[in-house]
Design a protein around this ligand. Structure first.
Ligand SMILES: C[S@@+](CC[C@H](N)C(=O)[O-])C[C@H]1O[C@@H](n2cnc3c(N)ncnc32)[C@H](O)[C@@H]1O
Length: 274
């Protein structure tokens, strides 16, 4: 019998196989005002001198934070492959980058002015422990700022993709199915308050932004098949059928310059440690 992968094994293996995908998609998919979700999140911790990124992957957000003046930079991620890319960034030459779990932070109490996490907290199991650890390493009055997925923009290509893909995802045999990732509470405002307030944080301030991962139909397909972890569980025939169905239905949605809107909501939540 094949042993089922844990959520962390699944994530580690995925990111080790394909490091750098998340940052490439994020940097190519800004909001209507041209701001990426990295920039929107970084703005929430402007002025912080010591910053830790939970699930930092290839260090794209830390790089941006270095550019806005943060002097002490640290990151933690499950994936050695992602961290290898982070270590190549000149701006992160002095950063403390650890392979490990956000549930067990290798940092002293009160070490940071801000803790950030972009599209990662929502994937973490035992998120209460992650929040306790964030509170422990933050100084009193420090800021926790996270970006979590808010789902597809209604009527656009991501919604179409998921409508077509869900039956295939559901039909994957149990031994190949993706493990359940994260805790639903970390995706909603109420859920985050439920997690953060008992650990000593204020209720979150909350903002939703829409980013556009669109382009021509092939670009959308490439981006979406990389953005959704579940796609890796489909077999060749399922992937080919999904590809054909998606391209057939997405073609008529092109606007005059061939662009297919492919909007995704990102929720930005910020809380202060009391
Ligand atoms: C969707 S990616 C986002 C990466 C990066 N924050 C970005 O937006 O470019 C999620 C990242 O979180 C990391 N991750 C997930 N659970 C983790 C945990 N418990 N501890 C540390 N890293 C974790 C994964 O390895 C992966 O690199």
């Amino acid at each position: 019998m094949t042993a089922l992968l844990t959520a962390e094994d699944f994530l580690r293996a995925f990111h080790d196989r394909t490091p750098g995908l998340q940052s490439a998609a994020t940097e190519a998919g800004p909001a209507a005002d041209g701001t990426t979700s990295y920039q929107a999140l970084a703005a929430r911790v402007a002025g912080a001198r010591r910053v830790l990124d939970l699930g930092c992957a290839d260090g794209a957000l830390l790089d941006l934070l270095a550019g806005q003046g943060a002097e002490v930079l640290a990151g933690i991620d499950l994936s050695a492959g992602e961290l290898a890319l982070a270590r190549r960034r000149p701006a992160l030459a002095g950063a403390e980058l650890h392979q490990g779990r956000a549930q067990e932070l290798p940092f002293a109490d009160d070490s940071f002015d801000a803790v950030v996490s972009h599209m990662a907290l929502m994937l973490m199991t035992d998120v209460e422990q992650v929040v306790r650890e964030a509170a422990r390493v933050l100084r009193p009055g420090g800021t926790l700022a996270v970006a979590v997925g808010g789902g597809p923009v209604a009527g656009e290509a991501i919604e179409l993709f998921l409508t077509l893909a869900r039956p295939s995802f559901a039909s994957v045999p149990a031994e190949r199915r993706m493990p359940r990732l994260g805790d639903r509470r970390s995706r909603s405002r109420e859920g985050l308050d439920e997690l953060l307030v008992p650990a000593g944080f204020t209720p979150v301030t909350w903002e939703s932004i829409a980013i556009d991962l669109g382009g021509d139909p092939d670009h959308c397909w490439q981006t979406l098949t990389r953005a959704f972890y579940d796609v890796t569980t489909l077999d060749q025939a399922q992937t080919a059928a999904l590809h054909d169905a998606f391209l057939t239905e997405v073609h008529p949605r092109r606007n005059a310059d061939g662009h297919v809107p492919c909007g995704m909501l990102i929720n930005l939540a910020t809380a202060r440690l009391g």
